[in-house]
Design a protein around this ligand. Structure first.
Ligand SMILES: [Zn+2]
Length: 514
């Protein structure tokens, strides 16, 4: 069977989605799990775009062994040199360079003639090849480019040393049959296509990213660019778990293999969701809570008699075992850490200790702590050392006859600030008190609370979206007390805003990607 390479861009394209930014520690955590999942390539970031991106790439390149580590670069010298520097120390570094090839982008964005674009691409690939062995080239907005021009530029960059040619459906415009024909036309029209691997990169604006990716593989593509949970610009990218499971379940029609260990899918999906604070929709294929739930009595009866009646794949095949190990307040640090390792979470000594302290607080209030709780506890704790603000204390007076009033004490750097405020409800009062203490001005766009596990003592997970300076920041917090979870989520969003300010892009930095 033919092998399809899985190129994961959760840390680059995924992280580009509004509100999905990760700290460098969180990026490393996700990258280690992607290596365990068995992806072939991890795209770690776009190093020239900010010091934070550069640092994230560096850390992943140095510490994650196994997969190739890729860094994105426009087809200009400074981007490529920066990418090479970021990849220093990687076992298999790959520079991924791109330039727009559609008439609309060349004329209005680049203001370059097609000949100039070919020259820039060739020059970029040559420079990249001098710096690393693996070079990938993407014609940005590939699907709106003219096929003869695409074939011409692809032929030239392969001559210059590109070994992977990635055709992106940057705007998510294609339908599957059309995309398959498009890929076939490129393969036929490029005389030296056999010297490179053809890759595709699909966006989900019409909900067709996975379908387009599968169609392209049938037409000859052998690398597919995906993200965990399908996160990414706008409607997102093709989802890794859906693509891989479609190949696994429909091997009869799609005789291709990947290096992915499907039993790691569940863990990876949970880790990414809790890291960036985007909940997984209940009806999400493969990893949603309801993906394997047979609620209808008729189906339940069928599944009990013979699973295959309504089940096309087993929950175990994606690592959803149903057997959750339960921890409690008597569980020691050793047991806690062991379970995290089994769940695919590797922590440093210091991180483990801090997470364990948080675990003890939760375990004290909630007798049984489940695996899903652990993801939330750990991601709630990760990256806190670099936080500007911390919630020290809060108190609420609320009731159906009282004006809700909150008092908070917030650590801001080395200072402690205490303030009180009223609000329409207790949550509003807490948020107002925090704003007053820190002098922040925010607009609450979204507030979601959900229970992580069943039962009255469940951990409540709160996600908030705030608009600050015309930008969106997502924060999340977890606690058995939803008011505390709300306060933690709000402070978390403010920390992300502060982190963004400290690493914001300089002038003239890229505002384009694939
Ligand atoms: Zn993209």
């Amino acid at each position: 069977m033919d092998r399809v390479m899985v190129f994961d861009t959760t840390l680059r394209d995924g992280e580009q989605s509004p509100g999905a930014s990760m700290s460098v520690e969180q990026k490393l955590e996700v990258a280690l799990q992607l290596a365990r999942l068995g992806v072939d390539v991890i795209e770690a970031g776009f190093p020239i775009s900010s010091p934070h991106q550069l640092e994230g790439c560096r850390l992943v390149a140095r510490q994650v062994k196994g997969p190739s580590i890729a860094a994105l670069a426009r087809a200009v010298d400074k981007d490529i040199e920066c990418a090479a520097e970021a990849l220093h120390g990687a076992g298999h570094p790959r520079i991924h360079t791109f330039i727009a090839t559609s008439p609309i982008h060349m004329e209005h964005k680049l203001r370059k003639s097609p000949d100039e674009v070919v020259q820039m691409a060739v020059k970029a690939v040559r420079l990249a090849r001098n710096l690393v062995a693996e070079v990938e080239f993407s014609p940005e907005d590939g699907t709106r480019s003219e096929v003869p021009f695409l074939c011409r530029i692809i032929e030239k960059v392969i001559e210059a040393g590109a070994r992977i040619i990635n055709v992106p459906d940057t705007v998510g415009y294609m339908v599957p049959s059309e995309f398959a024909d498009f890929i076939t036309a490129i393969m036929r029209g490029t005389p030296n296509m056999d010297k490179a691997v053809l890759s595709i990169h699909c966006h989900n604006d019409l909900g067709l990213a996975v379908a387009n990716s599968l169609a392209a593989v049938r037409a000859g593509a052998r690398q597919v660019e995906v993200t965990v949970n399908g996160i990414g610009e706008r409607a997102g990218n093709a989802s890794l778990e859906e693509f891989v499971m479609a190949l696994t379940v429909r091997r009869d029609l799609l005789p291709f293999t990947t290096g992915v260990n499907t039993r790691q899918i569940w863990n990876t999906s949970r880790l990414v969701s809790s890291t960036i604070g985007f909940p997984i929709p209940r009806n999400k294929p493969i990893t949603g809570d309801n993906a394997f739930a047979h609620e209808s009595g008729i189906h339940q009866d069928g599944v009990l008699k013979k699973r295959e009646t309504y089940e096309i794949m087993t929950p175990e095949s994606v690592g959803r075992d149903g057997s959750q190990l339960v921890l409690g307040r008597h569980s020691g640090l050793h047991g806690f850490r062991n379970r995290l390792t089994e769940l695919g979470i590797e922590l440093t000594e210091e991180e483990a200790k801090k997470s364990y302290e948080r675990f003890l607080v939760i375990a004290d209030r909630k007798k049984e702590v489940y695996d899903d709780d652990l993801y939330v506890i750990v991601s709630d704790q990760l990256g806190r050392e670099t936080d500007t603000f911390g919630l020290e204390y809060f108190n609420i007076i609320s009731g159906n006859m009282a004006v809700p009033t909150a008092t908070v004490r917030i650590k801001a750097g080395s200072e402690l600030r205490e303030e009180a405020a009223t609000g329409d409800g207790p949550v509003d009062a807490i948020f107002n008190a925090i704003d007053r203490a820190l002098g922040t001005d925010t607009k609450l766009l979204e507030y979601v609370v959900q229970a992580v596990t069943p039962g009255k003592q469940a951990i409540g997970e709160v996600s908030v979206s705030l608009e600050i300076d015309a930008r969106k920041f997502v924060g999340r917090g977890a606690s058995t007390d939803i008011l505390e979870a709300s306060a933690r989520a709000y402070v978390n969003a403010l920390n992300r805003w502060k982190a963004f300010l400290s690493t914001r892009k300089g002038e003239g930095e890229p505002n384009e990607s694939i």
